[in-house]
Design a protein around this ligand. Structure first.
Ligand SMILES: [Zn+2]
Length: 163
């Protein structure tokens, strides 16, 4: 199997795990240039009562020193996420010097920001060093959409809280 697809499937497993924990179904993993998984992250906003506990942040934090070492030694890290990174995570990805970002589903109607920041030509020099793959696999996209549908029925879903 294509390695990008394999890693996105692992990110999707993390998203499923998050949903079981009654929080946003988003998963993200960090992979090094030897195709080793450095860290697996998932959304923990509701499970940890932390509005900043997004999957990508979780993965970057768990990767610890590996992220800084990659930065110092010019090594390439890839982040695979089940959903397009939000503004906060886009910032974290730029700070972590991640060189490739792949996600299953765009998030135009939500907080998806990785493309918006790129289109605004902000941090253009940084962006020029980053390879982006968005929505590469329709079957995985359908699975993430399904997880988000299930999330919309969860009691922690913010639309429900507003009712
Ligand atoms: Zn985020």
């Amino acid at each position: 199997m294509n390695k990008d697809k394999l890693f996105l499937e692992i990110a999707l497993e993390e998203a499923e795990h998050a949903l079981v924990e009654n929080t946003y179904p988003v998963g993200a993993i960090l992979v090094d240039e030897n195709n080793q998984i450095v860290a697996k992250g998932r959304n923990q906003v509701h499970s940890h009562h932390d509005a900043t506990a997004h999957a990508e942040i979780n993965a970057i934090q768990l990767a610890g020193k590996t992220v800084l070492d990659a930065k110092v030694h010019g090594k390439k890290l890839t982040l695979y996420s089940s959903l397009e990174p939000c503004l906060m995570c886009t910032g974290a990805i730029l700070f972590a010097n991640i060189k490739k970002v792949v996600w299953i589903l765009n998030d135009d109607s939500g907080f998806g920001s990785f493309n918006k920041v790129k289109e605004a030509q902000l941090f253009e020099k940084k962006y020029n060093e980053i390879e982006i793959m968005e929505e590469p696999y329709d079957d995985l996209k359908i699975k993430q959409i399904e997880l988000m549908k299930q999330w919309s029925m969860n009691s922690n879903h913010v639309d429900n809280l507003r009712k």
